[in-house]
Design a binder for this molecule. Structure first.
Ligand SMILES: NC(=O)c1ccc[n+]([C@@H]2O[C@H](COP(=O)([O-])OP(=O)(O)OC[C@H]3O[C@@H](n4cnc5c(N)ncnc54)[C@H](OP(=O)(O)O)[C@@H]3O)[C@@H](O)[C@H]2O)c1
Length: 218
């Protein structure tokens, strides 16, 4: 399976690239900074330079030629302002979905966030509100498309080692945290299970082995 990952140098993306390479899949990480190529290479993946805030859908569609799936794992990240929440967390996902449609790549796993799908709570800070608004808009855009999408909303991300055990279910799942390594494992399992298409799933740490958790909602 050839999987193109938007935000290919992100923490989840690098973990996912390693998992995919280890099981014999091809992982292609789209990055905007050439200095990050070596880190992607080191996972066993392949880096391709593509700034998702500058590329056109046609540009990206060319990069998706021959791919079996797209994973959107980009994000403006901590320290960014409201404008980049819109240009990355919303617009770059829309761009990837447009490109997937043009390239005929049907499978699309979007990393969203718990909290998306509802308006930001009153009194929320401007940047958090922009983030939730952007994630919600990206989800809504993807749901309206004729693609085999799965929307994954992790809880608070940690850099703890993988536990291999999660709680994965349609919303609402009680708030919690989850290691990025477990998120990567869930994405890899979702890619193997097309029966999870057209589902919005929330993810926190839990008791179910990853494969069983994904199988149970397939
Ligand atoms: N933090 C949390 O607790 C939390 C909870 C739930 C969901 N999430 C979401 O989970 C996703 C992945 O999280 P993570 O921790 O793995 O993210 P991350 O480490 O911040 O990675 C995001 C990646 O997106 C890339 N990116 C940003 N703008 C780009 C552009 N214009 N073109 C290409 N790539 C670009 C960044 O590259 P650069 O190095 O070039 O900036 C970075 O490698 C994000 O969407 C995040 O919002 C986070």
């Amino acid at each position: 399976m050839r999987v193109v990952i938007a935000g290919g140098h992100g923490k989840i993306a690098l973990l996912l690239e390693r998992l995919l390479a280890e099981r014999g899949d091809q992982a292609v990480g789209l990055i905007r900074n050439p200095a990050q190529v070596a880190d992607v290479d080191e996972t066993g993946g392949e880096a391709v330079i593509c700034d998702l805030e500058a590329a056109s859908a046609d540009d990206v569609a060319v990069l998706l030629s021959g791919a079996d799936a797209v994973v959107f794992a980009a994000g403006a990240g901590a320290g960014s302002g409201a404008l980049r929440k819109d240009s990355v967390d919303r617009a770059a996902s829309v761009l990837m979905a447009d490109a997937a449609g043009r390239a005929g790549v049907r499978r699309f796993v979007q990393v969203s966030s718990m909290g998306a799908g509802a308006p930001p709570r009153t009194g929320t800070g401007e940047v958090w509100a922009a983030y939730i608004t952007a994630k919600t808009a990206a989800e809504d855009d993807l749901r309206a498309r004729d693609l085999d999408w799965t929307i994954l909303r992790p809880g608070g991300l940690t850099d703890a080692p993988a536990t291999g055990r999660v709680r994965l279910a349609p919303p609402p799942v009680p708030a919690g945290t989850v290691p990025r390594a477990d998120v990567a494992a869930v994405i890899a399992a979702l890619l193997d299970n097309p029966g999870t298409r057209h589902q919005t799933l929330e993810l926190v740490s839990g008791d179910s082995p990853v494969a069983a958790a994904v199988h149970s909602i397939s």
